[in-house]
Design a protein around this ligand. Structure first.
Ligand SMILES: *Cc1c(COP(=O)(O)O)cnc(C)c1O
Length: 357
């Protein structure tokens, strides 16, 4: 599989050749024993990445669908939600809860900053009786890591809310232990750290969250998590699954398992550190004050467009900023199927651009 342009965008990310091969297999019938066998093993592999003994439900959507499923099945009109927003995705989950008629309060920090533990504590004391609270583990809009492990006990001490973690760029990149850390809802998607094609979303719920789901009556059908779990127990999905994407993603999950999840985290940490060192040595400022290992956001005031286009001349596709930062940062992803030669290619392209401007 040859592609001249390399994708260093924070989703989709490059795929291993074996994943492309799996995606090229003939379609099988989804109500067959063959599919059920694959789906069961696939779901077990997902549990190993989420580090949970609870079912990991696969939804046929991008990651946003998993957040929608969480809100639709767990909350609704007149419930209270909070979002810890230090970037675009945290803001989005606030909007999502509002659309479902919830009362939403927002803890806001500047983009590029991680939420402050003491401020979160005060925020929770000022907002008692929350039903749901959203945190983004890696805020992809600014390349910022939030220390979920540190914040979870603080949230638990000050709130009974369900703690929902957007792990969309964190899973398969950063340490995240659903059961051990006591996460209630954990979501991710196929096209980021899991080095798979776009199109699948994954969601796992704690027992506390399932108890609430069982009593709820969601308005929709497609994202009804009780139906999804009934089918899951039988080794299938309620509606026609994206058979091709399941097979491709299963191949990627097996590769992660073979490498070892902790080794995968370690590899991402080393790669990210190497690139951060390179950028800083060359006087290119990092945008985030708490950089994550999935991507690096670089401060390029009024230059993001130009630099991104110059990188494209080197066959390197990066993402610019979002919203107000569109022309002020570029985001270089280094998650999933990313190796030393990718770091070298990125560094060489930057050096040439620096020396020609
Ligand atoms: C990519 C991303 C999303 C959106 O996911 P889609 O798959 O595009 O729906 C949400 N949150 C974070 C942190 C992301 O990186």
């Amino acid at each position: 599989m040859q592609q001249s342009e390399r994708l260093y965008t924070p989703g989709p990310t490059p795929l291993p050749p074996a994943v492309y091969d799996a995606a090229a297999l003939p379609i099988i019938y989804h109500r067959s024993a063959e599919f059920t066998a694959i789906f069961r093993e696939f779901s077990t592999s997902l549990q190993k990445v989420f580090l949970t003994s609870m079912p990991v439900i696969t939804l046929m959507s991008s990651g946003t669908g998993a957040a929608e499923a969480a809100v639709m099945n767990l909350c609704g009109e007149h419930k209270k939600g909070a979002t810890i927003a230090n970037g675009r995705f945290g803001e989005r989950w606030g909007t999502l809860m509002e659309r479902y008629g919830m009362d939403v309060c927002t803890y806001k920090t500047e983009w590029g900053k991680a939420p402050d533990a003491e401020e979160i504590e005060v925020f929770l004391r000022n907002n008692p009786d929350l039903d749901m609270i959203w945190l983004v583990h890696c805020e992809t809009s600014s390349g910022t890591l939030t220390d979920i492990q540190k914040l979870l006990p603080i949230i638990r001490q000050n709130s009974n809310a369900l703690v929902c973690i957007d792990g969309i760029t964190a899973i398969g990149v950063h340490e995240c232990r659903m059961d051990e850390w006591g996460i209630d809802v954990l979501i991710t998607a196929s096209q980021k750290g899991l080095m798979s094609p776009p199109g699948l979303a994954f969601i796992a719920l704690s027992q506390k969250a399932w108890d609430i789901v069982e009593k709820s009556s969601p308005k929709g059908i497609y994202f009804d998590l009780c139906k999804a779990r009934e089918a899951y127990i039988k080794g299938t999905t309620p509606w026609t699954p994206a058979v091709t994407l399941v097979r491709a993603t299963y191949t990627a999950l097996q590769m992660i398992e073979q490498e070892g999840l902790e080794n995968v985290w370690e590899r991402h940490a080393k790669t990210a550190q190497r690139l951060r060192d390179f950028f800083m040595k060359n006087n290119i400022s990092l945008f985030s004050q708490s950089p994550c290992n999935a991507l690096t956001a670089l401060a390029m005031p009024q230059q993001a467009h130009i630099i991104a286009n110059k990188l494209l001349e080197h066959n390197i596709r990066v993402a610019r900023g979002q919203k107000h930062l569109e022309n002020d940062i570029i985001r270089v992803a280094h998650m999933g199927w990313f190796h030393e030669q990718d770091s070298i290619a990125i560094e060489q392209a930057f050096l040439e651009i620096i020396h020609h401007t």
